[in-house]
Design a binder for this molecule. Structure first.
Ligand code: PMV
Length: 368
């Protein structure tokens, strides 16, 4: 077996158009966001994680992206980007940086002129990780275009390569490609796990987790006050960083066991502890960030109290923001909805919540 990394392999295998080619392509892919159970917080090198992370793939919170490409023969990426039908400087800059970063793997990007149209099925202000869905959708489109250059017009893309490329846009995007759940980052607990791409967990998942709901409670509808780029950087000087990476490794190993056996008690304990650790890390960073709102804490205490008095296996996690992701098996849907409506919606901004659940990952929308 060679010691070649995927990074080296993908550069070696990179394709370009031949000079006289009159290439045209139009592809559309959708990709969901995901919610991390074991959190990725801290990175090094070229978007490599400092600890393994595990997530549930969402279903309804998605980005749909259409990429049209024609041969243009320039030396830098040339593209026109439309977000929900409008020019967006903020997202356009992200796309530009991303295309630039992909050039060593996808040199054909500089030979094409792109029109990229993207839309989200969820509001930007909801705090849902739009970089995970948007970068994985765009990565899938570019992979489909690379395949077409190679003469392959099927909609089966190399999912591992898509995960690798998505990672370069946003670390968490590496996990969005897969059905139900994914793991990203080296861990001794999974054969073939890697910092370079995520792996599907479908094969090891207990059926109960395939029925999970994620009811996202919009406690506060602002955009994030700390970008994840800045957040990851804060870990470089965080005095608890070493201990955190140690804890994350243990949590990843134990959560994998719980995901396999259907042990909801362990699932709940680790998931809530990970949410708290993420926010604790931010609170003790320099500068310090408190991303929870008073109603986030109220909701946490109400959820724990409800669980204790009813034994319904419902728990919460948080992303890098104040909104609560309420996780529970479908079997308890009715009870939890009643609880949510009565006790949690009054804490939400204009009673808003997003009724999401685990989903199937990235797929083509059409072979247009
Ligand atoms: O993918 P990024 O660079 O936006 O980082 C995501 C970080 C968290 O959402 C807070 C945790 C995670 O693992 O998704």
């Amino acid at each position: 077996m060679s010691n070649e990394t995927l990074h080296e392999k993908y550069i070696r295998d990179a394709v370009i158009l031949s000079r006289n080619e009159n290439f045209e392509a139009c592809v559309s892919w959708q990709s969901p966001s995901n919610i991390a159970l074991v959190k990725y917080w801290g990175k090094h090198g070229n978007q490599l994680p400092n600890n393994p992370s595990i997530s549930l793939t969402l279903e309804k919170s998605r980005t749909e992206t259409k990429v049209s490409a024609t041969a243009a023969w320039q030396s830098v990426p040339s593209f026109h980007f439309l977000f929900e039908g409008n020019e967006s400087q903020q997202f356009g800059k992200k796309v530009q940086d991303y295309l630039q970063d992909l050039l060593p793997y996808f040199p054909f990007i500089a030979q094409l002129s792109f029109t990229i149209e993207s839309r989200n099925t969820f509001p930007h202000s909801s705090g849902i990780a739009s970089s995970a869905s948007s970068m994985s959708a765009l990565a899938a489109c570019l992979l489909a275009i690379e395949q077409q250059i190679n003469g392959n017009f099927t909609s089966n893309i190399d999912i591992q390569k898509a995960s690798f490329m998505a990672r370069l846009g946003s670390g968490s995007a590496a996990r969005s490609l897969f059905p139900y759940a994914a793991e990203w980052g080296f861990t001794g607990a999974i054969h073939n796990s890697s910092d370079e791409f995520a792996l599907p967990l479908e094969q090891i998942l207990h059926p109960v987790f395939k029925t999970f709901h994620d009811s996202i409670l919009i406690i506060h509808d602002g955009v994030k006050s700390v970008s994840s780029r800045a957040g990851h950087a804060l870990m470089e000087t965080n005095p608890y960083a070493k201990q955190r990476y140690h804890e994350a490794n243990i949590n990843a190993t134990n959560l994998l066991k719980a995901l396999h056996s259907g042990d909801l008690e362990t699932f709940i304990r680790i998931t809530e502890s990970e949410a708290m650790q993420l926010h604790a890390l931010m609170m003790v960073s320099e500068p310090s960030f408190v991303l929870m709102q008073p109603n986030t804490l109220s909701a946490i205490s109400i959820i724990r109290n409800y669980r204790q008095r009813t034994a319904v296996p419902v728990c919460f996690t948080l992303d890098a923001g104040p909104n609560i992701h309420l996780l529970y098996p479908n079997q308890y849907r009715e009870q939890v909805l009643e609880f949510l409506t009565k006790e949690l919606l009054p804490l939400c901004h204009e009673q808003q919540w997003i009724d999401d659940k685990v989903g199937m990952g990235t797929s083509t929308i059409s072979d247009s």
